[in-house]
Ligand binder design. Structure first.
Ligand code: HEC
Ligand code: HEC
Length: 160
């Protein structure tokens, strides 16, 4: 196979992979799903999906969410479907982590997000304390470094 062709194919693959990462899952959920489902993706994942060995499943339909979206529900492209599924999975694992490490003191993530936090330029900030929450979580809640972005996503998925 000609070398140039291989390079073009590799570039193309890199370009389309980059494209999938450019999709903002929050904006996508809002425009494609929130009209019929819950306003916040965090609420939707929490109430309507459960994690199975095969992936996230709809609680009512018993269908894999990836299959449902792949079959045209919500009219997404396949890159958009991948982005949204990854987003839902992140919210789901964040929910479990919250259950393990935060619930004992904070009860529900939704209450913490909506009563105590605000979003400023895409960052979570304490509504009354002005704290940068990402920095705060380095010393609060016994999270590992890997877990901090997962919890941030969880909290952010339930903001206005
Ligand atoms: C035009 C309205 C509409 C839009 C837009 C829409 N949905 Fe739905 N969706 C529905 C309805 C109605 C059901 C219920 C079907 C049922 O229960 O059989 C449903 C069911 C589901 C389920 C299964 C829930 C369960 O408990 O089993 C999932 C998951 C889902 N939708 C995800 C999405 C996602 C993600 C989007 C955006 C990409 C989306 N939907 C866009 C109307 C919509
Ligand atoms: C042992 C109890 C306890 C645990 C466990 C705990 N917190 Fe807290 N958290 C508190 C208390 C008490 C406050 C309020 C006092 C303060 O602001 O310092 C607070 C405040 C916060 C705030 C608000 C900060 C602000 O500026 O308003 C956030 C966000 C937060 N916690 C997130 C978490 C997360 C995420 C977890 C789990 C990883 C967690 N907390 C685990 C007790 C706890």
């Amino acid at each position: 196979m000609p070398k140039n062709f291989m390079m073009a194919a590799a570039l193309l693959a890199a370009a389309s992979a980059g494209h999938a990462q450019d999709i903002d899952p929050h904006a996508l959920y809002e425009s494609a799903c929130a009209g019929c489902h819950r306003a916040h993706s965090g609420d939707f994942v929490f109430e309507s999906m459960t994690m199975t060995g095969a992936g996230l499943e709809g609680k009512t339909t018993g269908k894999l969410v990836a299959d449902l979206l792949g079959a045209g529900h919500g009219r997404l492209s396949s890159a958009e479907t991948d982005t949204l599924i990854a987003h839902f999975e992140a919210i789901n694992s964040g929910g479990q982590l919250f259950q393990d490490k935060c619930f004992i003191c904070h009860e529900r993530a939704v209450v913490l997000s909506r009563l105590k936090l605000v979003e400023e330029d895409g960052r979570l900030v304490g509504r009354y304390t002005g704290r940068d929450i990402q920095a705060f979580l380095h010393e609060h809640g016994r999270l590992t470094l890997d877990e901090i972005p997962i919890i941030l996503e969880r909290l952010q998925s339930q903001m206005q």
